[in-house]
Design a protein around this ligand. Structure first.
Ligand SMILES: Nc1ncnc2c1ncn2[C@@H]1O[C@H](COP(=O)(O)OP(=O)(O)OP(=O)(O)O)[C@@H](O)[C@H]1O
Length: 337
């Protein structure tokens, strides 16, 4: 599977990343990452802790300056993005600063006003606050103070803050951490709605493989500073050598046979034709989790030992370049908690 899918017409491309590199001190975290995302596409960025997912997202958001490579986000280099460009992006970070004494409706209404000047004939900004509150499932909490929200409700508010400007591209860093299964499902519906009805491009990071499989049109696995896989969940599963396991019992004995390539139907047919005692027959396809673990192990097996080193103290304290977007500016200047 290639890292790129070939050239695309520029208007259809929301994200175009070529040979992106990031070095903290002497540690190379991104070593030539390339990928693209179309408008309306949902892309999940997976990878073990420390793989560089947040670093990648921060570079694309324009919050962090890259070491090298070409990056276009909605046709603009994020290192030189202006306010009008930022207004077209939505950002949901791992944790927002607290707005504890604000009420949900008040806060969203306040933030929404900043997007009015960026409304265009094609995209009317901001999102209608009442509709947004309903869409993210906070109707019952509309008048509640932020400090009284549960963890999952807070996260929904984070999402509402991220999309209030009706962005064309949304970055979601671990958006469903702390969600219960119901909230998770509602959030998935929201992401589908954004992609399908608003043609919003979504780039999200997650450690939840089930979520990636459910939500993403495409999954990117980052490991060792490069993209080790880029494709749909099915394409990733096909990358594995062991695709399926056939299990059965015969003569009181349990048997497991891994089918390395192709369709396990042939094995099942031969088995049933040749052995009348077969019971408890199961065919288990490799799950995305199996695929992911295999990919990451494979990448680790090829990695030179020195790459795994953690940064020394001198490298650990490089503060990110904070080129604030409207949300961030409001958080530090306008909104008191
Ligand atoms: N400001 C910084 N200065 C030095 N090193 C950093 C800095 N920020 C991140 N790193 C290092 O870069 C690597 C990638 O970090 P990053 O947060 O991008 O990974 P991640 O894939 O998002 O991890 P996680 O899944 O744990 O959120 C880590 O080894 C981290 O220690």
């Amino acid at each position: 599977m290639g890292e790129r899918d070939g050239p695309r017409p520029s208007s259809d491309v929301a994200l175009d990343v070529r040979d992106l590199r990031m070095r903290y001190g002497t540690k190379d975290v991104l070593k030539g990452v390339s990928f693209a995302a179309r408008r309306g596409e949902v892309v999940a960025l997976l990878g073990p802790n420390g793989a560089g997912k947040t670093t990648t997202i921060e570079i694309l958001e324009g919050f962090r300056m890259r070491s090298a490579g070409e990056v276009l986000v909605l046709g603009q280099d994020p290192a030189h993005g202006d306010e009008a460009w930022r207004a077209r992006l939505g950002v949901v970070l791992q944790s927002w600063r607290d707005h504890s004494r604000w009420r949900v409706r008040e806060l969203l209404g306040y933030l929404a006003r900043f997007y009015v000047p960026y409304s265009t004939p094609e995209v009317s900004r901001p999102w209608d606050v009442e509709e947004l509150i309903r869409v993210v499932g906070l109707a019952e909490q509309a008048n509640a103070k932020v400090q009284t929200l549960s963890g999952g409700q807070r996260r929904r508010l984070d999402v509402a803050i991220g999309i209030v400007g009706r962005p064309e591209l949304v970055f979601l860093d671990e958006p469903t951490a702390g969600f219960d299964p119901h909230a998770r499902r509602e959030f998935h519906d929201l992401v589908h709605r954004l992609a399908d009805f608003e043609n919003t491009t979504v780039l999200l990071t997650t450690h939840d493989l089930d979520e990636a499989e459910k939500l993403a049109d495409r999954i990117l696995v980052l490991d060792g500073g490069t993209v080790v896989a880029n494709g749909s969940a099915e394409q990733l599963a096909r990358e594995l050598t062991t695709q399926a396991e056939v299990r059965w019992t015969s003569g009181g004995q349990r048997n497991i046979h891994a089918v390395a390539e192709g369709d396990p139907t042939g094995l099942v047919r031969r088995l049933l034709a040749g052995d009348p005692d077969v019971t408890d027959l199961e065919v288990k396809r490799a799950s995305l989790e199996d695929t992911y673990m295999a990919l990451v192990h494979r990448a680790e097996a090829y990695r030179p030992e020195s790459d795994g080193a953690e940064p020394g103290p001198a490298e650990q304290d490089q503060d990110q370049q904070d080129q604030a977007d409207p949300n961030r500016a409001e958080q530090s200047e306008g909104v008191q908690s």
